[in-house]
Design a protein around this ligand. Structure first.
Ligand SMILES: Cc1ncc(COP(=O)(O)O)c(C=O)c1O
Length: 366
């Protein structure tokens, strides 16, 4: 019996009647792009985040690009990004023409280390893009204070943190604007590509609604060089169904994480994902650390347990990023994290027996 890293088929079957009804409703409506389903989802998701506006777009990368554009960030500007993140956080900054200022992770969390941000700033720095990696909010009180002190925008890449909260506020409402991904594997996942940005600014939301649709203000009137990043109605209808369950699914992830913390006890393995405050972390990924990571992954595979590495090559060593920053050295925390991290199964469809098997296998590793 194998323990899958994720089981998207089981996730579909758990909500099948409602998901099927939602997509049939759209089929029958005869309206497939930017319609009532999108408007309803945008309202619901903004409310869920505690923010005023949500603009649904084609994917998470577009959401990040648009929120940067909404804040006027572009060529000649610099943006602080975590060295340890998915490539999209970096690519969004490079797509708007800004320069990346990568900052090392805190080894305890994998998230950007606020102590290292100030040293990276220059007079051209305009924003900090905080990433709530693995489902744990970045230390937003400290990052927001830095932003205020230096006159910087604080943006959130919340692609892995739907429903995560920090000091009683949900991700999406922890800075000046946020981008989300609803890629199928995410805590709030669609059945295809999807994303959204969230903002409290009416002006930015209105402009980004135009930009996602060819810069269109009224039919065939194009006021800016926009692009096509419209979400379709089927995905919006599916996301509304799944949004209703997000809290419950996140709670199951937290329950599994608590078990891992309590019962994994192997001196060769460190648990990275300990929340800095209880239950604010929504465990998009449960990440462990092991100096012999590849041997551990191989051992777990032989025990039938699937694992993944997030991420094996740090962004500054990716071929596509070679031109994006001048100094590819000096990010040793990000590099050692990439060598040692391993994500173990942690998703709402994981049964208690599976969790017990993962724990037993890790504890047996010698
Ligand atoms: C941290 C992070 N940022 C951005 C993205 C981009 O999202 P998408 O794949 O929907 O473009 C992802 C996910 O894929 C992500 O994990």
């Amino acid at each position: 019996m194998r323990v899958p890293f994720l089981d998207l088929r089981a996730a579909y079957h758990e909500l099948k009647p409602e998901l099927d009804a939602a997509s049939r409703r759209v089929m029958e409506s005869g309206w497939y792009i930017l319609g009532e389903e999108i408007e309803a989802f945008e309202r619901e998701f903004a409310r869920y985040c505690g923010a005023k506006h949500c603009v649904a777009v084609g994917n998470g990368l577009d959401a990040l690009i648009l929120i940067l554009r909404g804040h006027g960030i572009g060529s000649g500007d610099e943006v602080v990004v975590p060295a340890n993140t998915y490539i999209a956080s970096w690519l969004a900054v490079s797509y708007v023409g800004a320069t990346l200022l990568p900052v090392e992770p805190n080894p305890e969390t994998g998230n950007i280390d606020p102590d290292k941000i100030e040293g990276a700033l220059t007079p051209r720095t305009k924003a900090i893009m905080a990433v709530h990696l693995y489902g744990q909010p970045a230390e937003m009180h400290r990052i927001a204070a830095l932003g205020r002190r230096h006159g910087l925008r604080v943006l959130e890449d919340a692609a892995q943190a739907h429903g995560a909260s920090f000091q009683d506020r949900h991700s999406g409402n922890l800075g000046d604007g946020a981008g989300f991904s609803f890629y199928p594997t995410k805590n709030l996942g669609a059945k295809g590509d999807a994303g959204a940005l969230v903002t409290n600014s009416e002006e930015i939301a209105a402009r980004l609604k135009e930009l996602r649709n060819y810069g269109t203000r009224s039919r065939y009137e194009h006021v800016e060089v926009g692009f096509n990043s419209r979400l379709d109605e089927v995905q919006a209808a599916i996301l509304s169904v799944r949004l209703d369950r997000l809290q419950r699914f996140n709670m199951r992830r937290q329950e599994i994480a608590r078990k891992y913390f309590k019962e994994i006890g192997n001196s060769r393995v460190g648990l990275l994902s300990k929340p800095i405050t209880p239950d604010h972390h929504v465990y998009h990924l449960f990440v462990i650390h092991c100096p012999e990571r590849d041997r551990l992954a191989d051992f777990l595979r032989k025990e039938g347990i699937e694992t993944l590495v997030h991420y094996p090559i740090p962004a500054h060593h990716q071929k596509c990023c070679q031109q994006l920053r001048q100094d590819p050295h000096g990010l040793s925390n990000a590099e050692s994290h990439a060598r040692q991290c391993l994500s173990i199964p942690c998703h709402p469809q994981l049964g208690d027996d599976d969790v017990a098997r993962v724990i037993a296998a890790i504890n047996q590793f010698s």
